[in-house]
Ligand binder design. Structure first.
Ligand code: FE
Length: 197
């Protein structure tokens, strides 16, 4: 993944009525852009200036002198990944390998929905909920602020941004409604399947 603002894989109004164009414009054009700008600024003259985004995240994780660089770089990665996790007309019951893994590891789609929703809802304050693959098994995690499962040795398959900036204009304090809309109408299961290796 590169240290730049990626083009969205859909029009900014394509996720309406679940995520409105104005939210996407602020979230992608302002928040995500700022993480990119800050990362590039912090890399000037930094020992990691020629490293890849993934290397920067792994090497600055838990380095007290590089907290800002970690936070901004991880947020660049998390957001670039988040945009690809959605598509217009997405969500609902998946097909393919992810459906098989869900059945084997969770007992089915309904159990995935319950656990993923709970992860996003129970993340106190800002953060992310994740579906990841570790040792060929699905796991659900939540992370605070910019934390990312890239640093704990697993393959991210799906994420939802539960920072207020992701949903406040559309849902105000109703995080549960945003997560429910994401699961039911936005998840790009084709992308999730493409990440299973
Ligand atoms: Fe965000």
């Amino acid at each position: 993944m590169s240290i730049s603002l990626p083009h969205l894989p859909y029009a900014p109004n394509a996720l309406e009525p679940y995520i409105m164009e104005k939210t996407i414009q602020f979230h992608h054009g302002k928040h995500h852009q700022t993480y990119v700008d800050n990362t590039l600024k912090l890399l000037t003259g930094n020992v990691l200036q020629d490293a890849s985004l993934e290397e920067i995240i792994k090497k600055t994780f838990k380095d007290e002198k590089q907290v800002s660089l970690f936070n901004n770089a991880a947020q660049v990665w998390n957001h670039s990944f988040y945009w690809t996790c959605m598509k217009p007309g997405g969500g609902g019951t998946p097909a393919g390998n992810i459906a098989k893994l869900m059945q084997e590891n969770f007992g089915g789609y309904a159990q995935f929905v319950e656990q993923f929703k709970n992860a996003g809802l129970s993340q106190f304050g800002s953060g992310w909920a994740w579906l990841v693959l570790r040792n060929k098994k699905l796991e659900i995690h939540k992370t605070a602020n910019a934390q990312t499962p890239l640093t704990f040795g697993c393959t991210p398959l799906l994420t939802i941004d539960v920072w207020e900036h992701a949903y406040y204009l559309d849902y105000q304090n109703r995080r549960a409604d945003y997560i429910t809309a994401f699961i039911g109408h936005l998840i790009n299961w084709d992308f999730v399947n493409s990440q299973i290796k």
